[in-house]
Design a protein around this ligand. Sequence first.
Ligand SMILES: N[C@@H]1[C@@H](O)[C@H](O)[C@@H](COP(=O)(O)O)O[C@@H]1O
Length: 263
Amino acid sequence: MKVVILKDAAEVAAYGAEIFKKQLLKKPDSVLGLATGSTPVALYNELIKLNQRGDISFKQVKSFNLDEYLGLEGDHPQSYRYFMNDKLFNHVDIDKAQTQVPPGNAEDPVAACQVYEQAISDAGGIDIQLLGIGRNGHIGFNEPSSSLASRTRVKTLTKATIDDNARFFAEGEYQPHLSITMGIGTILESKKVVLLATGESKAEAIKATVEGPLTAACPASALQMHKDAVLIIDEAAASELSDPEFFKHIEQENQKLEDKLAR
Ligand SMILES: N[C@@H]1[C@@H](O)[C@H](O)[C@@H](COP(=O)(O)O)O[C@@H]1O
């Protein structure tokens, strides 16, 4: 796993956006795996700027989001469908019919999960999957104890996750305790994975993800098994790592190599 440590959230967003830009330039009809939460918003803002400047296009893109609250309609302001429209899709040249978010209003959620898996596979699989991380190491809504081989399914949220996400809901407003989420096995099948983490509250989860052990107790540790996963994190999120200097050194060496190859 590659770990890139940068100064702050703005640098993390810019670095992540550059990876997506390269991906879209290389393959304009990429299948993107997208994430919600507050962390990716700055990256989405960068992508919107790049799109509006004409540097990248989403016209041929298909996208699949990681997860959705079960029990919320897509037009509910706290649904992840609403979030994606609001934070990205409404501002770029993407064909919304080609964007998929698990259906939070499905009458038969179990069947809907299978349909979602099939749609990913019919699209040829995900080229690049964006991830955030929960304080407890969850990715998507794969909470601790999730099978590392899991597929898209209905998941019950932990109290920690419900509490962390309560800030988005008004007081007294119904907050779902269930979700539909891509599984860890689904995520691991993406050709490339980009995980963003910023802030001290993510430092423990990042330590567990990078230094292991590989365990369902920290779902993100499964990324150790992925051949092309990059963690882009700020100094605060890196603060619990045993040897952050080592990762900075690797990045400098990689940069030198890239510069040399570009000449
Ligand atoms: N399901 C989402 C995750 O995909 C996200 O990574 C996490 C962290 O969110 P934030 O970036 O706001 O800390 O929140 C939610 O639980």
